[in-house]
Ligand binder design. Structure first.
Ligand SMILES: NC(=O)c1ccc[n+]([C@@H]2O[C@H](COP(=O)([O-])OP(=O)(O)OC[C@H]3O[C@@H](n4cnc5c(N)ncnc54)[C@H](OP(=O)(O)O)[C@@H]3O)[C@@H](O)[C@H]2O)c1
Length: 244
């Protein structure tokens, strides 16, 4: 198949929430967007159809599937310009309950939140260099910047992800820029049940509201367009981090 004339963007975990909005914004900006999810296939296909893109199912925590996802993007489109590592998971565990944060949970969260993005960048490196300047945007979390978040394993994984962002920016420049966004509390299916937290943010955060996926997507698009920015972790939290 001849290479796409449009730039190509892969957004992992884009069947819902923040990833779906990033896919929409990239599609509106003229990208051929590849939508991905692990199990919500119909929802992912619907997002892909809405953005004029394509859908590929893959569990990015599985090394072979992550590499296969990048291979499939290149087989279908012949190029890859932007990789958005958005897929992530958490476990809600009170920070004082150390016994509940089992090694199995640590390993599962690290596999998806830390190892998978590294495997994806590794698989995509050659294609991103060929697109020079290639661009990676990681969707991290305020929990990786401030000592807060849904559990210690989750927050630690996002802190590792932030440092991975800086290290890869050093390792891959000038051909590939690597940045991250660190959202605070965002209105997605992930946080739908966190009623008390939404009320707290509405009452106390400087912007007095929970963020929307569009608030995060706006900053992601800024990072995609900003050719002289690399190695940065941009907090998108309505000022919430000032309160912790
Ligand atoms: N919402 C917030 O307040 C908030 C705050 C800070 C950071 N974040 C970060 O933002 C990102 C997106 O969160 P969200 O709130 O938009 O969540 P969401 O609406 O629950 O969406 C999560 C997406 O990730 C996909 N996914 C999960 N595991 C996957 C895997 N192993 N392989 C491929 N896809 C996978 C899900 O697909 P399936 O359902 O098919 O698995 C879904 O498309 C996460 O990295 C999260 O840490 C969110």
């Amino acid at each position: 198949m001849p290479p796409e004339t449009r730039p190509v963007a892969l957004v992992t975990g884009s069947s819902s929430g923040i990833g779906a909005e990033i896919a929409r914004r990239l599609g509106a900006d003229g990208y051929a967007v590849v939508v991905n999810s692990r199990s919500s296939i119909e929802a992912g296909q619907a997002v892909a159809e809405a953005v004029g893109g394509t859908y590929l199912q893959a569990d990015v925590a599985d090394d072979a599937q992550a590499r296969g996802l990048v291979d499939a993007v290149l087989a279908q489109h012949g190029r890859l310009d932007v990789l958005v590592n958005n897929a992530g998971v958490t476990e809600v565990i009170a920070h004082h309950d150390l016994a509940a944060a089992t090694p199995e949970i640590w390993r599962r969260l690290y596999d998806i939140n830390v190892v998978a993005p590294f495997v994806l960048v590794t698989a995509a490196e050659q294609a991103l260099r060929a697109a020079a300047p290639g661009c990676v945007v990681n969707v991290s979390s305020l929990a990786g910047v401030r000592p807060t978040g849904s559990s210690i394993p989750y927050s630690s994984s996002k802190a590792a992800f932030n440092h991975q962002t800086r290290l890869l920016a050093k390792a891959l420049g000038p051909d590939i820029r690597v940045n991250a966004v660190a959202p605070g509390l965002i209105e997605t299916p992930w946080t739908a049940d966190w009623t008390d937290l939404h009320a707290l943010v509405g009452a106390r955060a400087p912007m007095r509201r929970t963020g929307a996926p569009a608030d995060v997507a706006e900053v992601v698009m800024g990072l995609v367009r900003s050719g002289y920015v690399t190695g940065q972790v941009v907090v998108v939290d309505g000022g919430l981090g000032l309160m912790t």
